[in-house]
Ligand binder design. Sequence first.
Ligand SMILES: NC(=O)c1ccc[n+]([C@@H]2O[C@H](COP(=O)([O-])OP(=O)(O)OC[C@H]3O[C@@H](n4cnc5c(N)ncnc54)[C@H](OP(=O)(O)O)[C@@H]3O)[C@@H](O)[C@H]2O)c1
Length: 332
Amino acid sequence: MSTPAVAIIYTSNGPVETALSALHHTLPVPIGTQVLAETVCSPINPSDVRQVTGANPFKQKATTKLGTDHPVTVGGNEGLFRVLQVGKDSPLKAGDLCIPRVPGLGTWRTHILCDQTDLVCVPSSLTVEQAATIGVNPLTAYQLLTQFVDLQKGNWVLQNGGNSAVGKLITQMARIMGVNTISVVREREDFESVAEELRDLGATQVITDTQNQDLTFSVAEWIGNSSVRIAFNCVGGTSASALVKKLSQGGTLVTYGALNGADLVIPFATPEFVFKGIVATGYWLTANIMRDPELKIKTLEKVYRYYQQGLLKAPSFSKARCSFEDFAHCYQ
Ligand SMILES: NC(=O)c1ccc[n+]([C@@H]2O[C@H](COP(=O)([O-])OP(=O)(O)OC[C@H]3O[C@@H](n4cnc5c(N)ncnc54)[C@H](OP(=O)(O)O)[C@@H]3O)[C@@H](O)[C@H]2O)c1
């Protein structure tokens, strides 16, 4: 028996209001190693929207398997599926909860028919929110903290975008690892309440970007004999340069985003680079997963443990309910 399904698709890049449409189709009974699953939750991450507009360098694969005569792409990278039916050669079983194994699977849909290797099962002990959002921001935070330097207890980490979902996850995971954090957030009227929230999550210190960029503002007293081994930059421009200036000898600047759209301004050929041996590099989760899908599984296992031990709060997000005929506002 075939299953009626709806997917939010695009055929070419453009603004979400015009590029996206709803495709009603039917999915056949799974055969061989195939799996038919229903969607439990499909988040909209800003990077998903950039895929639709074409601003993200990663291109999702288009397909004619949904019955169209031209290739279409299903939007979305994150999501939680519940297995309904499996082919006779699939090790999965009805009721299993799964997330996409690799980027670009397309999660903005009511149902999916795919090969079992496209999915990875997640523990049923996770909440829907934890499971549906585990594949991007928590993995990013964990890999940023573990992939570049061998952080030791008592070391310091510095980050801008401290109030972002990734920033809050970095803060929480650093606390679990015994690593101190200085989170930089934008100037705001409610700075104290944001700082309080971040300190509750584990931030050791919270400063404004004005303090970050003030050359007379020093973090030396906080750091003492320890060191700022790594700085995470998701903002760009002079906010990033200011992070470099606070790094200790041999420190590393990792850029993973560009929220203010400004080019990276790194004080090259100044003492920060010449005498301190600063390293500047970039990070992209998608490239990591494409290069080494097993690394995703290993990272997921670390994050499951943090959730299961009650050590980590899932990123907060806003919920939107909309019909397939009126979904565009969900993506804005
Ligand atoms: N490289 C990778 O693999 C990877 C993976 C995941 C995420 N990311 C990147 O990580 C960043 C954070 O993602 P997210 O999902 O955690 O974001 P999010 O939760 O939506 O938070 C966005 C944050 O950006 C801040 N912000 C917005 N515009 C800004 C500006 N002009 N200057 C400074 N800060 C600004 C906001 O600060 P306020 O609180 O002050 O409003 C907010 O804290 C994004 O750049 C995203 O693309 C990269």
